[in-house]
Design a protein around this ligand. Structure first.
Ligand SMILES: Cc1ncc(COP(=O)(O)O)c(C=O)c1O
Length: 408
């Protein structure tokens, strides 16, 4: 509003992965708006909606060799999570869900019920169903078992990891899975808003194993991590684990509110044939402009060069950001690809959430948009776009160093 220009290091909450001026998206907006700028979701769907559902199936379950994927589209990310929760109930008949502390799944009431942040839930507790069992998200950067993590290589395992945390977790998962009440495990393959936390590499395979043994569905919330945010196309690709349902949003269209819950046909077919009214729908579902943009983005994602560009940009971020480890109050620098977190704590280990808040404001004065993150608010969160040039990354990291030194 003051005519200032900013370098957005959050890429608009992780949406604008290809930046804010991608010509292919601008052209697509113009062309689609002049052809049809609103449709009738599922009553008379556009061809674009069909093409998008087919493309999402190819990119997920067909690519993973798990048959066809079927899709429920939505507008916001939380709607995709709620579509997944409904599917899990229809497919298993079991209403409860295992979710994780620190996980963020959105703020609609269904998604809020499974979001592991007390802060968001407590004002509304009296209207919320207690349908989630929250288990601790395995966080290697502050190992609850006191294992040595210093100097840990980026991909997430403790240096001396057995990993004891996972043995406890496995036990809890089994007990809940066998209770006969829990139909699904909902998890972010890497905690995004919860502080850019990478779990140990054994975590996702463990969840898959226990789900297979106990009949729970495994739902990956890749609304933040999807579409190359963490390096591979989806974060679960790195772990070679195939979910039963995957939730997508944010970078799916690179700009427009459209989300998707894609599931194995076997589970999605639990939805009954419509007997007149659609059981799950919304006015803007399958919006033609959103579908056209998502299809344009998917074409870009299909190019091998995209993965190479993310890997190269990720290396520059890693090399530059890890130099901040020596700054005072920097407790950890962690991340992968285009998802990074710089955690601040004082010498006694107390979280410095207030300081992160001030740095976010000071960064604006320097011309950069930063976000705070983490359950304790003490993580500077960087979810930049692919479009940043190397010199912009170097500038951003030097700006952060200067802000860190200013108060040290
Ligand atoms: C992992 C994850 N799930 C769900 C959501 C909710 O998406 P939306 O804000 O579009 O409802 C977010 C948003 O940040 C997210 O990061």
């Amino acid at each position: 509003m003051d005519g200032n220009r900013y370098l957005d290091l959050s890429s608009g909450f992780g949406v604008a992965t290809t930046g804010f001026g991608a010509e292919s998206l601008i052209r697509c907006y113009q062309e689609q708006a002049s052809r049809l700028y609103h449709g009738m979701g599922d009553v008379h769907p556009t061809l674009l909606k069909v093409e998008l559902c087919e493309a999402l199936s190819r990119m997920t379950f067909e690519r993973w060799g798990a048959g066809q994927g079927r899709t429920i589209l939505g507008s916001a990310g939380f709607e995709a999570v709620e579509a997944a929760l409904k599917t899990a109930l229809l497919a298993t008949g079991k209403p409860e869900v295992i979710a994780f502390t620190g996980a963020y799944h959105g703020l609609g009431y269904g998604a809020l019920s499974v979001t592991g942040w007390t802060e968001f839930r407590s004002p509304f507790r009296t209207q919320l169903r207690e349908l989630a069992h929250f288990l601790p998200y395995p966080a290697c950067h502050r190992c609850p078992y006191g294992k040595k993590t210093e100097g840990r290589p980026v991909p997430g395992a403790c240096v001396e990891c057995d990993p004891s945390c996972l043995a406890d977790l496995e036990e809890s998962l089994r007990v809940l899975g066998r209770s006969g009440r829990v139909g699904a495990v909902l998890v972010e393959p890497m905690l995004g808003r919860g502080g850019e936390i990478l779990p140990p590499p054994e975590f996702l395979p463990l969840l898959r194993r226990v789900c297979d043994e106990t009949g729970m569905l495994l739902i990956f919330d890749e609304i933040y991590t999807g579409f190359y945010r963490t390096g591979p196309l989806f974060a679960c690709d790195a772990a070679h684990v195939v979910p039963d349902l995957i939730c997508l949003g944010k970078a799916l269209s690179g700009s427009f509110p459209i989300s998707a819950c894609v599931g194995k046909a076997r589970w999605m077919d639990a939805w009954p044939e419509s007997a007149g009214e659609a059981l799950h729908t919304s006015t803007f579902l399958g919006h033609p402009v959103g579908c056209a943009l998502a299809l344009t983005m998917l074409k870009e994602w299909e190019q091998v060069e995209t993965a190479e560009r993310v890997a190269a940009a990720g290396r520059v971020w890693e090399e530059s950001l890890t130099t901040l480890r020596s700054c005072q109050d920097v407790a950890d620098v962690r991340g992968r690809g285009l998802a990074w977190g710089v955690e601040l704590r004082d010498a006694w280990g107390n979280p410095l959430g207030g300081r992160v808040g001030r740095m976010v404001e000071e960064a604006l004065a320097e011309g950069a948009i930063l976000l705070g993150g983490g359950v304790e608010g003490n993580v500077i969160t960087l979810s930049p776009s692919l479009a940043l040039r190397e010199e912009e990354i170097v500038w951003a990291v030097e700006m952060l160093r200067e802000l860190l030194q200013r108060r040290a």
